[in-house]
Design a protein around this ligand. Structure first.
Ligand SMILES: Cc1cc2nc3c(=O)[nH]c(=O)nc-3n(C[C@H](O)[C@H](O)[C@H](O)COP(=O)(O)O)c2cc1C
Length: 158
């Protein structure tokens, strides 16, 4: 099964989960990178990043090539920002039509719900084949391993 994982990561957790999944699914990865980074201060990141997510911002991304038709499965990964996807994923989804693709998704959070994020994704790409939720996986590695294994097995045996 040819698989592509498209993700954005601000602080490394989503990247960590993407790499775990890439190993398990033998998948290619595409990391989305905004041209202009978000502020990284303890408070400012929530103010600026949270506002950008709330307004469904579509920041400019560094150039990338993505041909979803070449894959059997596309997996989208994003941190939860203000209960939503992080804005770079909005930009990606606007630029690409995934309605003909089989799509799964995972989200990384710090304890909040991932439901709203998945519901918003489904509005854009149709029903998700499978979902995984990670709680700051880079610092909860054992739990992340379990969730990644569950998600990968579900996708491989679906
Ligand atoms: C701007 C911003 C908003 C966030 N909003 C939420 C939230 O609504 N719920 C939650 O559980 N975590 C929230 N978080 C925490 C991240 O989703 C969580 O730490 C995630 O694992 C980070 O992934 P990353 O390291 O790939 O960026 C927020 C973090 C940032 C920077």
């Amino acid at each position: 099964m040819k698989t592509l994982i498209v993700y954005y990561s601000f602080e490394g957790n989503t990247r960590y989960a993407a790499r775990l999944l890439a190993e398990k699914l033998d998948a290619e990865t595409l990391e989305l990178e905004p041209v202009k980074d978000y502020p990284r201060g303890k408070a400012s990141k929530f103010v600026f990043g949270g506002a950008a997510a709330s307004f469904s911002a579509t920041p400019e991304l560094k150039p990338y090539v993505c041909q979803p038709e070449k894959y059997d499965l596309v997996i989208l990964g994003s941190p939860v920002w203000a209960s939503r996807v992080a804005p770079p994923m909005n930009t990606f989804l606007k630029s690409i039509d995934l309605r003909q693709s089989r799509v799964a998704a995972f989200a990384c959070c710090a304890g909040g719900s991932t439901e709203r994020l998945f519901a918003a994704l489904e509005k854009q790409v149709g029903t998700l084949t499978e979902r995984a939720s990670f709680l700051n996986p880079a610092s909860h590695q054992e739990a992340a391993e379990k969730e990644a294994a569950r998600f990968a097995a579900a996708l491989l045996h679906a």
